[in-house]
Write a protein that binds this ligand. Structure first.
Ligand code: RIB
Length: 321
């Protein structure tokens, strides 16, 4: 990867408790799981790992609690080779946690409790200014809104690329959306910011048109991920639709993060939005084929190989959401 491929992720870090079930319980119902795991998670941390494994030099600005979960999270990032020098401990707060349920269909539900992530305030952004303005900046909707807004204005002021994955949807300012390059959203998040088609059976081509209509109106450039269908992108330079390869989805958790971290890494490397989109779709499709989040992320060579053949391995059915 080019030496200039530097990504700073200012983002959430959670510990994920995941139960694997045949199908989701109904309200009031108690069911048995057929598997359980505790692992590193959080959209910020996942995206940092995704960018790292495809070769970017990554910095992760994050917060963990003074608890055992915080020890576990930092030790896991150390093991994976992601620098942890910008992760501080909040001794009075618990590490962020996500309770995840994954059904045999590969779909998931996620409940996030912010914990120490909520200590990632605008003041932290100001304190980390020098680190932040030195690279492409990537963040997500799990941080406090004021922090995302501050980050966007700092990136704009410094002239560095700002990539915003608005997951989950958060009421950030119009100015923040306007400087996102790209704004990365799934179809639900897209609708939350006024990018959407009401057609229940909207195709990739429909979404390509919809994304194009949001360029300049909502954000500088726009990427919409469409699960098993693939993803679209639009900027002032053009519009692109990339169909996802047909694969067997085991667990879609964190596949959107694999997509976004990979997209950011290749944009930071100087690749075009079109090429980065194609590679990111391959990374997401690889990630859904194994359980977990960061443990399912494929390294650079495998991602590039999958992107080159327009597929991500054996036959089956899904990609990133
Ligand atoms: O995108 C998946 C992630 O969402 C999980 O790792 C969980 O921690 C939540 O942040």
């Amino acid at each position: 990867m080019a030496a200039s491929a530097r990504v700073v992720v200012v983002g959430s870090l959670n510990v994920d408790s995941t139960s694997y079930v045949a199908s989701f319980p109904a309200p009031g119902e108690t069911i048995r799981s057929h598997g359980f795991r505790v692992a590193l998670g959080g959209k910020g941390s996942n995206q940092a790992v995704a960018a790292h494994v495809v070769g970017a030099a990554v910095e992760l600005v994050a917060r963990v609690g003074g608890d055992a979960a915080g020890d576990f999270a930092v030790a896991t990032l150390d093991r994976l080779g992601v620098p942890t020098g910008a992760i501080a401990r909040e001794t009075d707060a618990p590490t962020g946690v996500a309770q995840i349920t994954v059904a045999d269909s590969g779909e998931n539900t996620i409940i996030v409790t912010g914990g120490a992530n909520l200590a990632l305030t605008p003041a932290v952004v100001d304190a980390e200014r020098d680190r932040i303005v030195a690279a492409l900046v990537l963040t997500q909707g799990e941080l406090p809104v004021a922090t995302i807004d501050r980050l966007a204005s700092l990136a704009a002021e410094a002239g560095v690329r700002f990539v915003l994955n608005l997951a989950p949807p958060a009421p950030v300012s119009a100015e923040t959306l306007a400087v996102a390059d790209p704004l990365v959203v799934n179809e639900h998040e897209a609708r939350a910011v006024g990018i959407g088609t009401d057609a229940p059976d909207a195709t990739l081509e429909d979404w390509r048109t919809t994304a194009a209509s949001a360029v300049g109106r909502v954000a500088r450039s726009v990427v919409v991920t469409l699960g098993a269908a693939g993803a679209v992108a639009a900027s002032v330079d053009g519009t692109w639709a990339i169909a996802a390869p047909s694969v067997s989805a085991v667990d879609t958790t964190g596949a959107g993060d694999a997509f976004t971290g990979t997209l950011a890494a290749f944009l930071a490397e100087g690749r075009s939005l079109e090429e980065s989109l194609r590679i990111a779709v391959a990374a997401g499709a690889l990630a859904v084929q194994a359980r977990g989040t960061v443990d399912s992320y494929a390294p650079r060579a495998a991602v590039l190989e999958a992107a080159a053949r327009g597929g991500a391995s054996p036959a089956g059915g899904a990609a990133p959401a």
